[in-house]
Design a protein around this ligand. Sequence first.
Ligand code: ZN
Length: 330
Amino acid sequence: MNLKDLPKIELHCHLDGSVRPKTIIDIAKREKIDIPSYDIKEITELMIAPMECASLDEYLEKFSLPIKIMQSEYSLKRITYELLEDAAKENVKYMEIRFAPLLHTNGGLDTKRIIESVLSGIKEAEGKYDIKGNLILSFLKTVSPSSIFEVLEIGKEYLNKGVVAVDLCGAERKGFAKEFIEPMALAKEYGYRITIHAGETGIGENVLDSIELLGAERIGHGVNIDNCKKAYDMVKDRGIALEICMSSNVQTKAVGTIKNHPMYDFHKDGIKVTLNTDNRTVSNTDMSKEISLALKEFDISKDDYRKIYYNAVDMCFADEIIKKRLNEYI
Ligand SMILES: [Zn+2]
């Protein structure tokens, strides 16, 4: 298989974890933001998490530099455009970008301008490349549930005009879902689709809660369902898609090695898996690399890949017109 030419879909990619190092330096100079170095090699090192992170928390520290830079309309638009450009160049045809609006207010931007800046980056890239993008509004699991309501109200205006879903992300503690029942119920009522990071470095029960209490249609990672039969069966029986990010899972110690990743076992057992990068810069990866890892470590055939691609079409939050087009690429 020629990996680069293979059509790809990415459903789990964080904007702040996927910034080009050179862009960090350019924007810091342009907007006079103080950063630790202006040397591309040093900045790159600061942005990539080692394969041997101590934990998910150490991995998450890598986001502080990009977040510092992503506080203006120019910056948000440019970084979004560049992410889609990078993806388009490896034949990604559709991408759901997620980001947390509440992390981009330090420069005085309000939620409306933050969302619009990212949407304008998507629009510009769509005009230049054969790629479609949609936006998922993420919320850190450490924010107060009440702060989510305001973003939901403002984001509502852009629903199905670029914004499609909400997500909860960040460090995972047991039973987190119970705190977010109200905002996620409102999101659902407004028409946001729901995906939740769960069972990443936590426990399988969190996946169960995310589906039952929060209405998740997709789960970010979900690797821990292999130690919770109830969660495993629910994901399988209800056709919940898992957004698998293998390199990231090794870095955060969610799994020991790629070879030990349960992705292929899940797939063979009929669970809907999709392949994703999580963070192109922090995890030093792209879709071609994730697919090549899957091919190298598992016995994945062209038909398996086709099935994984169709899972992504089926479970993406795009409209039927886009889905129809995506089905025609493969
Ligand atoms: Zn993630």
